[in-house]
Design a protein around this ligand. Sequence first.
Ligand SMILES: [Zn+2]
Length: 309
Amino acid sequence: MAKVLLAALIAAALPLAAQRTVAITIDDLPFVSRDRSLAVAREGTSRLVEALRRERVPAAAFVNESKVQVEGERDARAALLRQWIDAGMELGNHTFTHADFNKQTADWFIDDTVHGEVVWRPMMQRAGKPALWLRHPFLHTGGSAEKRAAYERFLASRGYRVAPVTLEHSDWWFASLHERLLAQGDKVNAEKVRAASLDHLDTMLDYHEGLARKLFGRDIAHVFLMHANTLNSHILPEMLDRFRKRGYSFVPLAKALEDPAYRTADSYFGEQGLVWQHRWAITLGHKTGAQDEPDPAQWLQDLNQATPR
Ligand SMILES: [Zn+2]
C-alpha cells in the first residue's frame, strides 16, 4: 500500500517539477578574466559554447564591445562572438564599456549603448535573428525616475527589450576568488571554492525561487544571470545539472518572458542592482528583503580577504 501510494505521489509530483523553466543568460562577453589575453578568452569561449551546444541549452549572451575592439585582435575577438551565434545562441548589448549607469548621465549611457552594438548586431541580423536585448551592467537601471525613464524611452525607440534577472548567485565573486587562488598556486582551496560555488548556486536558487513563490504563489519562468568567466567555463555542465535536479528545463529568453509574471509593474528606481522579484515587491508595496539575501559562507569571505588581489 505504502509503495503504491509512494508511486502515485511521485507520478503526481513529476509533471509539476518538470514544468519549471529557466532561461540561461551570460554576461560580459567576449570573456571576463584577470588574464585578458586572447588565448584565455578563446579557451573559455569554446568550453562554454560547447557545453551549451552539447546539452542543447539555449542562451542569450551579452557583449561589452570595448573588449572586442582590442588593437590587432579585432577580427579574432569578433570571431569569438560568432562562435556563440553559430551554436544557435543569441547575442545582446551590455553597453560598450560596462559603464555604471549610477555614475553616468542618461545621454552618456545612451551613447555607450549605441557604441556597443557595432559588431554583434549585424551578426545577429545576418543570422536571421533580429531580437535586440539589453542587459544593464550591474543591473543598474537608473538612480532616479527621470534617468530611468530617459533611458527606457531610448531603448523603446531603438527597439530594445530589457533582459531582466530573477536568479543569480554572485558567480563573479567565486570566479575572481578561484582565479586568484590558482594564481597563488593554492589548488586545494581553489577546488573548495569551485565546489562551494555550486552549493551556493543551490542556496541562491532556494532563495530566489522562494521570493517568486511569495509574490506569485507559484514557480515562475526564471531568468538566470551568469558570466563568461573561466570558473563557469569549467563547471557549466555541473551548474546545468543542479538546475535539472530541481526539475528545470531550459528555454530561450523570449519564451521565459512569456510568463505573465513579467507583466508585473516595475516602477523601481534607485541605485541598487536588484533582481526583478525585489523590484516587483517594491512596486507592489512590500518590503524588498534584499538585505536578507544569503551571502557566501563566512570561511569563503575570510579566504577572500586573505587572498591577494
Ligand atoms: Zn556585466
